[in-house]
Design a protein around this ligand. Structure first.
Ligand SMILES: Cc1ncc(COP(=O)(O)O)c(C=O)c1O
Length: 441
């Protein structure tokens, strides 16, 4: 059982009675108090992962900014913590900008991303004082120039070009973003990135300050990241030769692989930082590029995934003779679309009987009206009964942000646990919440 706890938040323990505890709180009690499905986030893990990322890079490079990729999971309490700890943010929507602003973020620590930024979002970002944008297409350049010049007084905007270096990250196709056929970024080989750079240089209110790449998520193959780094440094050297490009910021994206089950090993951030910074130093030196460069990393999942667990109540156990047995829970694709979207694999346990041996195999079925709503095809569990509390670890990233109201089922509540205290940070949705935007005409 101790091996399996490695997937759980740092503070996870098993009580003598075999019950899961996180942040000093008994999972069974949390489920009783707040209901299920319930997402539990561990403060200690959130703190530890952020500090580890910052320390790993800051101890090896003179100027480092760790941006948290808010798409992984974002909420006002998290924004406040990250601001206190000195992280920056990678944001993609107006609501993310609003949360960041309310948390008091320095706009200089916010970078705006997206492959289709609307003019309203760009305007909201400029109004907030944000001045760093990652350019993903030619419309970004024209829209930014138009909107920055229309501000009173006109604003100067710093642009990083998102490169598509045509390198395969060897992850799921839906999480691969650095190949030629990707909706993200601008191609190096086909000249699109260079054309965007030249357009930025010609725009009076835009400054070309750096390069960005993010070749995918759940990347365990660090050779691919290193290859991408080399390709991007080649671009920097080429642009310097062609139009005196002043390379001041390099954003190497996120995508740090996280283990969701025993067959995977979470990317070692220390080793990754060591390899990346030494490759960067050598690569800059070999091309006589300036080492006085701001290095930006933007992990999402790597900072938050392991901090969360999802708790579900078992409502039905259906044994189909000669076929298989289904354990039906009160969540599913509505709060975790990842298994259906890209075959993400998970493990499950019984939070109320953690010490019992896993003697049975079940499919973990969600409650939504789709046959594909199966969170785990083959889960090894103790003999499971109605009323058991099923827990799925590594639930902190890309679950709640992609949650839906399919079947008009309210999205779950979220609690933050620390030192025996549980704070509700998002209440469970109500029927009224879900119907609030409908007009009965
Ligand atoms: C541009 C960019 N940066 C960072 C991330 C974060 O990726 P991950 O959560 O896998 O670290 C993403 C994820 O889609 C992204 O698109």
């Amino acid at each position: 059982m101790s091996d399996s706890l490695e997937l759980f938040p740092a503070s996870a323990r098993i009580s003598p009675a075999g019950r899961l505890q996180i942040g000093g709180c008994d999972a069974t009690r949390l489920a009783e108090e707040f209901g299920t499905p319930l997402y539990v986030l561990d403060y200690a893990t959130i703190r530890e992962q952020a500090a580890r990322a910052q320390d790993a890079f800051r101890s090896r490079w003179q100027s480092v900014l760790v941006l948290y990729a808010t798409k992984a999971y974002f909420a006002p309490f998290l924004a406040r913590l990250y601001r206190q700890w000195g992280l920056g943010l990678d944001v993609t929507s107006e609501a993310e900008i609003v949360i960041a602003r309310h948390a008091g973020f320095d706009p200089n620590l916010i970078y705006v991303h997206g492959n289709n930024k609307t003019r309203e979002e760009i305007r909201a970002a400029l109004d907030t004082g944000i001045s760093h944008f990652v350019i993903d297409n030619f419309e970004d350049v024209s829209n930014l120039e138009a909107l920055a010049s229309a501000m009173t007084p006109p604003r100067a905007v710093n642009c990083l070009v998102r490169l598509s270096p045509n390198i395969d990250a060897h992850t799921h196709r839906y999480m691969t973003t650095g190949v030629a056929d990707s909706k993200f970024g601008l191609g190096v080989g086909n000249g699109m990135a260079e054309r965007a750079a030249l357009e930025i240089l010609q725009a009076p209110h835009l400054r070309l300050v750096g390069l960005h790449f993010h070749i995918g998520s759940q990347v365990f193959d660090t050779d691919a990241l290193r290859e991408a780094l080399d390709a991007v440094l080649d671009v920097a050297a080429d642009w310097r030769a062609k139009f005196n490009f002043d390379f001041r910021e390099l954003n190497i994206g996120g995508g740090w692989g996280v283990a969701y089950h025993e067959t995977q090993t979470t990317l070692d951030v220390e080793a990754f930082a060591e390899n990346t910074t030494s490759a960067l130093r050598a690569g800059l030196g070999a091309r006589s590029l300036n080492e006085d460069l701001k290095l930006i990393v933007e992990p999402g999942r790597g900072l938050i995934a392991r901090a969360g667990v999802a708790l579900y109540r078992v409502g039905s156990v259906k044994m189909i003779p000669g076929v298989r047995s289904y354990v039906a829970i009160d969540g599913g694709i509505g709060d975790n679309v990842r298994p259906a979207l890209y075959s993400a694999r998970y493990n499950a346990f019984l939070a109320n009987r953690m010490n019992e041996p896993a003697t049975q195999e079940y499919a973990i079925a969600g409650r939504y009206c789709e046959q594909g709503d199966v969170l785990i095809e083959h889960a090894a569990l103790p003999e499971t009964r109605v009323g058991d509390l099923l827990v799925m670890p590594v639930a902190g990233a890309y679950q709640l942000p992609m949650a839906s109201n399919y079947n008009l089922i309210p999205r779950p509540a979220v609690v933050l646990v620390q030192d025996g205290n549980a704070r509700l940070v998002r209440r469970r949705e109500t029927v009224e919440d879900m119907l609030a935007c409908d007009l009965d005409v």
